[in-house]
Design a protein around this ligand. Structure first.
Ligand SMILES: NC(=O)c1ccc[n+]([C@@H]2O[C@H](COP(=O)([O-])OP(=O)(O)OC[C@H]3O[C@@H](n4cnc5c(N)ncnc54)[C@H](OP(=O)(O)O)[C@@H]3O)[C@@H](O)[C@H]2O)c1
Length: 336
């Protein structure tokens, strides 16, 4: 094992669109085991997530900002390099949260051993927080009834591509919104979406109006902004809006003008609920059982965009805001 490793530090808060200047790659010594139940883990797969952009800013949010001058951190899947005196042995796959680095030393209690019968990356999406976000958001806050019409924004992304499939499995008529014709075609041909709309197309508003003539019963919103403004024109009476994410706003410095949501809610007697998946842990066991069963039966497809190499880490994160990924964005740091 090497003595030195690379670590990605967060060095300055971005204003507007995040750029590579926010980060710096440094060489450091690989950390050593110190505590009794410490484990040395080698990072193999790293999750890059839109919420991390929120943590780069100092403003009010639902998670604390990252501290400037500290390493970035997030969800990872890795292999135990040295289990020390813990119950983990070298080579075992584990899930946890640690710095954007090639190695990390962590207490055993902060790691979860992975089921070897499942691909390790599934812990970062379909059988992890992404899948739970899609399932809990749609079932608890969307309150779906078979036959209803579901619209999902950001539907070719990680949460979105699972939400459209879960919607279909629950008997909903599913409509998707994504940022390219290729993604829309994939949604219709592979993900069981009835009709997908490209929000970058010049005729987006007209196409949406034509395609949603029977209205929207559930809107699962991953993006907010101008896309959401258009969807809100088509709410059915007693529609439910599940506010999962607002990625279109994460890189905006100044608030933009949007449709008056309260008027839309009043006119449609609709309900809009923001939720953060981590606050609904009581739902997780049942949700994971269902997700795992659908996944093992081949009914839930887990799409991944894997960027290979440590030097792709920052780009893969920035790519989230340019639509570079289809399904879950992951960086592969070491050979699996
Ligand atoms: N509430 C929760 O607990 C929770 C948990 C996880 C994630 N989230 C939120 O859920 C959303 C999706 O997260 P994810 O992890 O699944 O990421 P993701 O959708 O896989 O990746 C981001 C995608 O968002 C789209 N996008 C980027 N900038 C956009 C813009 N300005 N306008 C419209 N679309 C844009 C891009 O697709 P296109 O090519 O289609 O533009 C991009 O591929 C995010 O807003 C995230 O913050 C919430």
């Amino acid at each position: 094992m090497a003595d030195m490793q690379r670590v990605i530090y967060f060095i300055q808060r971005p204003h507007g669109m995040v750029t590579p200047d926010a980060f710096e790659i440094r060489e450091e010594r690989v950390p050593r085991l110190t505590g009794d139940k410490d484990v040395l883990v080698e990072t193999v797969y790293a999750s890059v997530d839109p919420y991390m952009r929120g943590r780069l800013s100092a403003g009010k949010s639902y998670t604390a900002p990252f501290a400037v001058g500290q390493p970035m951190a997030g969800a990872m899947v890795g292999r135990v390099a040295d289990g020390g005196r813990s119950s983990l042995t070298a080579g075992e796959w584990v899930f946890g949260s640690w710095p954007w680095a090639e190695y990390a030393v962590l207490p055993e209690t902060s790691l979860r051993r992975l089921d070897p019968s499942l691909p390790p990356t599934t812990a970062l999406h379909v059988l992890g927080l992404t899948g739970l976000t899609a399932y809990v958001g749609l079932t608890k806050f969307g309150r779906p009834q078979a036959g209803e019409r579901l619209v999902v924004s950001g539907s070719a992304g990680s949460v979105g591509s699972l939400t459209v499939q879960i919607g279909r499995l629950l008997g909903l008529a599913v409509y998707g919104i994504a940022g390219s014709d290729d993604k829309c075609q994939w949604l219709e041909q592979q993900m069981g979406v009835h009709k997908a709309f490209n929000y970058r197309a010049a005729d987006f508003a007209d196409a949406l109006a034509a395609g949603l003539q029977e209205g929207v019963d559930i809107y699962f919103d991953n993006v907010g902004g101008a896309v959401t403004d258009e969807v809100l024109r088509h709410l059915n009476p007693h529609a439910r809006i599940v506010i999962c994410g607002q990625i279109a706003l994460y890189n905006q410095d100044k608030p933009a003008q949007h449709r008056p949501l309260f008027s839309d809610l009043l006119i449609s007697r609709a309900q809009a609920t923001g939720f953060i998946v981590g606050e609904h842990q009581e739902e997780f066991p049942k949700a994971l059982k269902r997700l795992q069963s659908w996944y093992r039966l081949g009914q839930l497809h887990a799409e991944e965009s894997i960027a290979v190499g440590f030097d792709q880490w920052i780009n893969a994160f920035l790519g989230l805001f340019a639509g570079a990924n289809r399904g879950k964005a992951i960086v592969q740091i070491k050979d699996a």
